[in-house]
Design a protein around this ligand. Sequence first.
Ligand SMILES: NC(=O)c1ccc[n+]([C@@H]2O[C@H](COP(=O)([O-])OP(=O)(O)OC[C@H]3O[C@@H](n4cnc5c(N)ncnc54)[C@H](O)[C@@H]3O)[C@@H](O)[C@H]2O)c1
Length: 323
Amino acid sequence: MNEYILVTGGAGYIGSIIVEILQNNGFKVIVIDNLSNGKKEALSEDVKFFKGDFADTLILNKIFNEYKINFVIHLAASANVPHSLIDPIQYYENNTSKTVTLLKKMKEKSVKNIIFSSTAAVYGEPVYTPIDETHPTIPINPYGHSKLMIEQIIKDCRKAFDLNYIIFRYLCVAGATELHGEARKNETHLIPLVINKIINNNSNLYVFGNDFNTIDGTGIRDYFHVLDIADAHILAINNINEVKNNIFNLGFEKGYSVLDIINFANDLFKVNIDFKIKQRREGDPAILVASTKNAEKKLGWKAKRTLNEILLSTYNWQKNPKY
Ligand SMILES: NC(=O)c1ccc[n+]([C@@H]2O[C@H](COP(=O)([O-])OP(=O)(O)OC[C@H]3O[C@@H](n4cnc5c(N)ncnc54)[C@H](O)[C@@H]3O)[C@@H](O)[C@H]2O)c1
């Protein structure tokens, strides 16, 4: 098999685990990552790595001219909701505008298949829950808008030049493998922060908002394991002809509030985590829980790994990080 899969953002959290599972499944992988939020150590030596911007046309020309690329898995992005309100230009530039450059190069080089990592942030404040893919898309932060615009551009490219796409709208991704886990420079995600609090207890744990319209006032999210995301990508690649040009939510179909997660971790690890309540952050919806029936029906995918596995694998990763 002389075809390669190009993974943008492959040195990041989700990317490194997708790369690991692609390789376990016999795929050859090329990664492009500017290491703005990823780590070179996250890539094994047999991954072809290009350090740079995924919209750098010199690098893209080199990759597309030298290798037969069958799929692009496009994960590289700026992905911090509160930060997107402070610096929206970065989100429209790094996420939306640069993806246009990537798509332009894919068209020029006749690369036909893209799997795009979108987000439940495209839905905004839910009008019903669980959210299915036909739910209105009215983002409430620039991050969600930047991703929704890319979705539209990809759909238009489909019509114009036969691009095959899969758009995955992820809910909250968490968990780790033995080799990879969340190792960002500035962590903002709840589960790695909760586990860090248990292991190191070296910083405050903040709960942003206890006045949402939810059962305990804290935000409710749908957490699912990063290995389930990797499974979805393998299914999409192996069945592209049957499943192409679809949007799929990926989540566990169950909501946990921030306090639920803390209490769950308290029970699991026999601890009593100390936390502080802060004001809610602008741009955070009260509740985001997905219906993944579409992925189940068309892709044969359903999240399998439980919150228990998510917390334990994150704990094991943080106890023994490889980088
Ligand atoms: N983590 C989640 O819960 C979650 C939820 C919904 C969607 N997503 C999406 O999944 C994708 C991956 O998220 P993650 O959590 O692994 O984030 P991450 O920050 O760990 O990984 C992103 C990677 O992209 C790289 N990158 C960013 N801009 C780049 C550029 N211009 N050129 C080259 N590389 C660049 C970063 O260095 C990093 O390695 C993102 O598109 C994000 O929007 C994540």
